[in-house]
Design a protein around this ligand. Structure first.
Ligand code: PEP
Length: 243
């Protein structure tokens, strides 16, 4: 199964969400392309709108971009995994590099969030990836394997986990597109260590229609986690077709 999905980050009004999800529902009325698992991670404010527009039989999995490890309590500004689940989330994105860099996410909090997500029967999308400096030093494999090991510490059964390898230097408008040769060693190592223990290992970082096919050919890549290129419904549908 190839997983192909997007996080909208902090983008999108309710009107945008309604339009995107309605068009997605129409395009997938006969099901997802064979062998493809679509997923959408909108801002939490738009989750129920996307859920309702997609309808109860949609093949699209929904997620949130973050969730706290506690189920409830005095954690102003946070949402919990059970709250996300009630609003329609099956997935919880955890440890995106922006959250690690700007919101103090650490390997320890990532681990707590992964464990809460699994405890409640949802799937973590565990984001890992190295900085440009680590990449240039040739330490990507060690860094990424270390992040995954820390995130999955004390997780007895990681089989519901989706790993997203997203090199920081390849993400966003200032990122540069990764070449297959840049990411192949990390995928080889992740596949070797985790390939038959987790659900899927995805690639993310400046994925677009021009590089998606070559990226999917890298051994060990089970799908694509896309930002900008899937922020229009036509962009996303195009990537689903490529997969
Ligand atoms: C991301 O931020 O996780 C991401 C993959 O973004 P983009 O595709 O826009 O580089």
């Amino acid at each position: 199964m190839l997983w192909v999905g997007t996080s909208w980050k902090m983008n999108g009004t309710l009107g945008f969400a309604r339009d995107y999800a309605t068009r997605l529902a129409k395009a997938l009325a006969d099901g997802a392309p064979s062998g493809v698992q679509p997923f959408i991670i909108p801002p939490a404010t738009a989750l129920t709108v996307v859920r309702d527009c997609l309808g109860p039989d949609s093949p699209v999995l929904l997620g949130v971009q973050n969730a706290h490890w506690e189920d409830a309590g005095a954690w102003t500004g946070e949402i919990s995994v059970p709250q996300a689940a009630e609003a329609g989330a099956a997935l919880v994105e955890i440890g995106h590099s922006e959250r690690r860099e700007f919101f103090g996410e650490t390997d320890a909090t990532v681990n707590l969030k992964v464990r809460s997500t699994l405890r409640h029967g949802l799937r973590p999308i565990l984001c890992v990836g190295e900085s440009a400096a680590v990449f240039e030093a040739g330490d990507s494999v060690e860094h990424v394997l270390g992040q995954v090991a820390a995130a999955l510490a004390d997780v007895a059964d990681p089989s519901r986990v989706v790993i997203a390898y997203e090199p920081i230097w390849a993400i966003g408008e200032h990122g540069r597109e990764a070449r297959p040769a840049d990411i192949a060693p990390v995928f080889a190592a992740l596949a070797d260590e985790w390939g038959d223990r987790v659900t899927a290992i995805l690639y993310g970082g400046s994925v677009n229609p021009g590089n998606a096919v070559d990226t999917l050919r890298v051994p060990g890549v089970d799908g694509l986690f896309v930002g900008r290129a899937a922020w229009t419904i036509d962009g996303y549908l195009g990537l689903l077709d490529i997969a």
